[in-house]
Ligand binder design. Structure first.
Ligand code: NAD
Length: 495
């Protein structure tokens, strides 16, 4: 067996192994084999990382930096990520099976979050308050929260981490990162770059291990001020409960069951590509997957034929190769979950139009692949239409008019994203207003930007990442009062 590459945690500016000395394997989903080892942390490691972050927040060089100097560090970090983009992309591809073609672009885009929020660092302003009391001067200060726990899932480790780190650091917080146990390697390689960029020690720390073992000690740690979490809604609910119990700030980016809605007047060639982008890109392992395709009845059969023709051509293969379009599922457990949902859909009476199994070709046999799968004749009440599969499984649901499209789209516990395909601008804007989701794409799908707020309605989460306001999620306001009078009047009444 080939030797496994070892990745280390970053704690207090240096590389760290787990206090117990244990390691756990990380698997390459294309080969199904372990390729790396990650420190198997426990509560002791959590404590060590949180204490380092707290020390860096309350003393040392970080709190002494001007906001402009903080911003410059973020710009420097962004440049370093750009110079290491290819290496980081290769690690993430190997670790979670995401296409290198997508990851190399993503790693060149991730620096923009650090430039954007680096630019915002010295534009965080308080206000002088127009006072209603004589001889009183008052102003507000916008201050960081303290130590932020950034908890990320396996499907897009670095992008989702950037969404948290860039505003958290720009606001002056320190951070403990807890990546998913299924894809920790790229995060550890990324975290190493903070010291190289000149960040003081302890500002960015990592702790690796199983969420079930260390999640609680992290979310309940008394020195954690805020939890920024991305993951499933069941875990999100636990994290939210811990945050409430221990009175911590929290943002939750959770799952979705997003409707991708095609009207008869859409540019159908584009809409077909949009449907494919919605569910087969990243093998459907994205929170924003357009996993419910709503198609207007009058074009339904023609549209399904066109979609099948395009989906059939999707090239499954090694995610490291440029021509591959659909890579493996990241974990074996997730592979089983996706296959079980395919069985559920069949048992519910959905009509299997494409895929529905692991590919039967020798060169993909070792990998955790599922064929692009399409079910037609889905009723929105079926489990396949209500629950997040997180894989390349599409449910097609017909609708008759705009009202019915809205009603089906909104009849779901989640509200993360939606797509609307129409050439009618008035209808597009009406739909954008009526759909209960944090993001609505019109005639496009699966687009994100550091400029555009992102987050969920309903069970898809709390709070927003990206965009100018995201920095507010990492700040708190302090009011400062100063008495300008020479005396202090009656002490027994409220002033
Ligand atoms: P998950 O909820 O299983 O795990 C997410 C993270 O939480 C991991 O790091 C895990 O180790 C940790 N964790 C587990 N138990 C914990 C606990 N008790 N306390 C604290 N942390 C704990 O999610 P996953 O399977 O890694 O990721 C897939 C899910 O993430 C999907 O539901 C997907 O929709 C969601 N997701 C959401 C977004 C978004 O921005 N809204 C983006 C990507 C993924």
């Amino acid at each position: 067996m080939a030797t496994l590459e070892r990745f280390h945690n970053i704690v207090d500016g240096g590389k760290a192994t787990a206090a117990s000395g244990r390691w756990f394997p990380s698997y390459n989903p294309f080969t199904g084999e372990a390729w790396a080892e990650i420190p198997h942390g426990d509560a002791t490691d959590v404590d060590r990382a949180v204490i380092a972050a707290d020390r860096a927040f309350t003393g040392g060089d970080w709190p002494k930096l001007t906001a402009s100097a903080r911003g410059k560090l973020l710009h420097r970090f962004a440049d370093l990520v750009l110079s290491e983009a290819e290496r980081l992309a290769r690690i993430e591809t190997r670790d979670n099976g995401k296409l290198f073609a997508e990851m190399s672009g993503q790693l060149r885009y991730i620096p923009e979050w650090f430039h954007y929020f680096g630019g915002l660092a010295d534009k965080i302003e308080g206000a002088v308050l127009p006072m209603d009391k004589p001889n009183m001067f008052a102003f507000t200060r916008r201050e960081p929260l303290g130590v932020v726990a950034a908890i990320t899932p396996w499907n897009s480790p670095l992008l989702l981490l950037a969404w948290k780190l860039a505003p958290a650091l720009a606001a002056g917080n320190t951070v403990v990162i807890k990546p998913s146990e299924f894809a920790s390697a790229s995060t550890l390689a990324f975290a190493e770059l903070f010291a190289k960029a000149g960040f003081p020690k302890g500002v960015v720390n990592t702790v690796t291990g199983y969420g079930s073992e260390i999640g609680q000690s992290l979310t309940e740690h008394p020195l954690i001020a805020k939890i920024a979490f991305t993951g499933g809604d069941a875990t999100g609910a636990q994290v939210g409960a811990a945050a409430t119990r221990h009175l911590k700030h929290v943002t939750l980016e959770l799952g979705g069951k997003s409707p991708n809605i095609v009207f008869a007047d859409a540019r159908l060639d584009n809409a077909v590509k949009g449907a494919v982008a919605g569910i087969f890109a990243a093998s459907g392992q994205t929170c924003i997957a357009g996993s419910r395709l709503l198609v207007e009845r009058s074009i339904h059969d023609d549209f399904v034929d066109r979609l099948l023709a395009l989906a059939r051509q999707a090239k499954l293969g090694d995610p490291a190769e440029a021509e591959t379009q659909v890579g493996p599922i990241t974990t074996e457990a997730q592979l089983k979950k996706v296959l079980s949902y395919i069985d559920i859909a069949k048992a519910e009476g959905a009509k299997l139009m494409l895929g529905g199994k692991r590919p039967e070709v020798p060169h993909l046999a070792q990998g955790w692949f599922v064929e692009p799968t399409i079910f037609a004749g889905v009723d929105n009440r079926m489990r396949i239409a209500r629950e997040e599969v997180f894989g390349p499984v599409l449910s097609i649901i017909p609708f008759s008019d705009e009202d019915e499209a809205v009603s089906i789209a909104n009849d779901n516990a989640y509200g993360l994203a939606a797509g609307v395909w129409t050439e009618n601008a008035r209808r597009a804007l009406r739909m954008a207003e009526r759909i209960r989701a944090g993001t609505v794409w019109i005639n496009t799908y699966r687009a994100v930007s550091y400029l555009a707020p992102f987050g969920g309605m309903k069970r898809s989460g709390l709070g927003r990442e990206s965009g100018m306001r995201a920095i507010d999620e990492y700040l708190q306001t302090k009011s400062v009062w100063m008495n300008l009078a020479e005396d202090f009047p009656n002490p027994f009444v409220l002033r």
